[in-house]
Design a protein around this ligand. Structure first.
Ligand code: EPZ
Length: 419
C-alpha cells in the first residue's frame, strides 16, 4: 500500500477548484438503479468509493462507465438484486443502495455493513423505516434478505434521529412506491437535497428536502436524467485548513457558501480572513491561529462531524486550549493518537477532545485510521517542520480526489511513494 510523504513547513497559496461531493455522488449513483434509462452524472470526483459504486452497479447488471468527470449509468438491463459481500465491505455507505434496489427489484440482499471506523454504525432506522413501507427483512449469517412481494407503499415515518443514510434510503424506496411517504425528523444535509434534485429531474415528486419534513409522492416509474453533483463542503474545509495551518492564502472556486456557514464560522473564530465572492471563498491565515473554547459537531446545519478531525488538527496549532465535542459518532477520535506523534497535545475523554495548542509540530511517521482522520494527518504534516510519512492512505483515497495533485500547485512538498 502506498504512502504519502510530506515535507512540511511550506506556506500554501493559490487557487483550487473544489471536487464534487462524495456524500452526494454515492447516493445519486445508487439512485440511477431506479431510473431504468441512461443517466449522466457530471462532476463525479475520482474516488475509490465512486469506483466501488460503479462496480456495484455492474454487479447488478447495469451499464456504468466513467468518461472524464462524468459517469454514465443505464440500469435498463438490471439483472440482479444482491450486492456482493466483497463490495459491501469495500464501502460502508453501500447500504444506501438498499432503498434503490428494493424500489426497482422489490427485493435486495446485502451483507450487514460492518466497519467500526467511527464506532458502531447500525442501520436500524433504515430497516424499521423500510419495514413500514412493506419490506420484510430477515437476517441470516450476516446477510440481510429484504423483500416486498406486494411492492412498496407509502408510509408516515418518524425518524428518532435525523440519520442521513436512513433519510436517503427512505427517499429512494418511496420515489416509486404506491402512495405518499412523509418523513418527519428528516436529515437536512445538502447532499440529500442534491439527491432529491436528481430524482426529481428523472420524474420523481419529492418535496421539502432541507427541512425536517420531506414528502414523496410515489410515481409509476422514473426516466433518465443528467445531473451535476454539488461541491464537497468537507473537502473544501480540508483545503482551507491546509492554508490556515501553513500561514497561507487560498482561493477555493466552485463552492456553495450556503452549505459552509458553520465551517466559515470556525475559520473566522480561529482568526482567519474569510472573503466570499459568488462561488469562491478566499481564506487568509493569521500569523498564528487562535483557539476556540468549544466546537460541537451537530446535524446539519450545525458544525459537521466530518470536519471534526480537520478542526482538531487545526486547533492543535492554535493559541490556548480548545475543546471539540463529537456528538454524532461514538468513536471518532481514533486519529488523535496518530496526531500526537506530531507533538500535538490532545486529551480525549468520552465525546470530548481537549486540545492544548502548541506553537509548532514536528514531522512524524503515522497511519490513517479513517477517511477524515487521514485528512487531519495531512493537515498536521503540512504544518510540521521536517518530513512526515502517512500510511494506510486508501482511507484518504475514498474521499479525496488526488489530494497530492490538489496541494502540489499550492506549494506543498507532497508525493506518493510505494511502500
Ligand atoms: C453519512 O453517514 C455520511 N456518509 C458520513 O460521512 C457523515 O459523517 C454522516 O452521514 C453524518 O453526517 C455518507 O453520506 C456516505 P448517519 P451515515 O446515518 O448516513 C446513527 C465521511 O467521512 N445511526 O447520519 O452513516 C449512527 O450510528 C462519512 O464522509 C443509527 O443509530 O450517517 C451515527 O451515530 C463518515 N441507526 C449517527 O446515527 C441508523 O439506522 C449518524 O449516522 C443510522 C444511523
Amino acid at each position: 500500500m502506498s504512502e504519502i510523504i510530506i515535507g512540511g513547513g511550506k506556506r500554501l497559496s493559490g487557487d483550487l477548484n473544489v471536487q464534487g461531493a462524495k456524500n452526494s455522488v454515492l447516493p445519486v449513483l445508487a439512485a440511477t438503479v431506479l431510473c431504468g434509462k441512461e443517466c449522466v452524472i457530471h462532476n463525479c470526483p475520482a474516488l475509490s468509493d465512486v469506483e466501488t459504486s460503479i462496480k456495484i452497479l455492474r454487479a447488478l447488471g447495469c451499464f456504468a462507465q466513467r468518461q472524464g468527470d462524468a459517469v454514465t449509468v443505464n440500469s435498463e438491463g438490471i439483472s440482479g438484486c444482491e450486492i456482493p459481500d466483497s463490495l459491501m465491505r469495500e464501502m460502508r455507505s453501500s447500504v444506501v443502495f438498499l432503498g434503490a434496489i428494493i424500489g426497482r427489484c422489490k427485493k435486495a440482499v446485502i451483507s450487514s455493513p460492518g466497519g467500526c471506523e467511527l464506532g458502531p454504525r447500525p442501520i436500524d432506522l433504515h430497516l424499521s423505516s423500510l419495514e413500514k413501507m412493506g419490506v420484510t427483512v430477515t437476517e441470516e449469517h450476516g446477510f440481510l434478505y429484504c423483500t416486498a412481494e406486494k411492492g412498496l407503499h407509502g408510509a408516515e415515518i418518524n425518524l428518532v434521529f435525523p440519520s442521513v443514510g436512513a433519510t436517503e434510503n427512505i427517499i429512494l424506496a418511496a420515489a416509486t412506491a404506491k402512495g405518499i411517504t412523509v418523513i418527519h425528523g428528516a436529515a437536512k444535509e445538502p447532499e440529500i437535497s442534491d439527491l432529491a434534485d436528481f430524482l426529481n429531474s428523472a420524474g420523481a415528486k419529492i418535496y421539502g428536502c432541507g427541512s425536517d419534513t420531506v414528502k414523496i409522492y410515489g410515481v409509476e416509474k422514473l426516466g433518465g436524467a443528467e445531473h451535476t453533483i454539488i461541491p464537497d463542503r468537507i473537502a473544501a474545509a480540508t483545503y482551507m485548513a491546509c492554508a490556515a495551518v501553513t500561514g497561507g492564502t487560498l482561493t477555493l472556486n466552485g463552492v456553495m457558501p450556503s452549505h459552509m456557514v458553520s465551517l466559515f464560522w470556525l475559520f473566522k473564530e480561529c482568526g482567519c480572513g474569510v472573503e466570499l465572492s459568488g462561488k469562491s471563498v478566499r481564506i487568509t491565515a493569521p500569523e498564528r491561529l487562535s483557539g476556540v473554547p468549544t466546537v460541537r459537531s451537530l446535524v446539519y446545519p450545525g458544525f459537521p462531524t466530518d470536519a471534526g478531525p480537520i478542526a482538531v488538527a487545526m486547533l492543535s496549532l492554535a493559541k490556548g486550549t480548545s475543546v471539540f465535542v463529537e456528538n454524532i459518532f461514538e468513536n471518532r477520535f481514533r486519529y488523535v493518537d496518530e496526531l500526537k506523534r506530531f507533538g500535538a497535545k490532545i486529551k480525549t475523554e468520552g465525546k470530548a477532545a481537549v486540545i492544548e495548542g502548541v506553537s509548532e509540530l514536528s514531522g512524524a511517521d503515522c497511519k490513517a485510521t479513517d477517511l477524515r482522520g487521514g485528512a487531519a494527518l495531512i493537515i498536521a504534516a503540512l504544518a510540521a517542520g521536517g518530513e512526515s510519512k502517512i500510511g494506510e492512505i486508501h482511507h484518504i483515497e475514498r474521499g479525496y480526489d488526488d489530494i497530492a495533485a490538489a496541494l502540489k500547485p499550492l506549494g506543498a512538498d507532497i508525493k506518493y511513494s510505494k511502500e
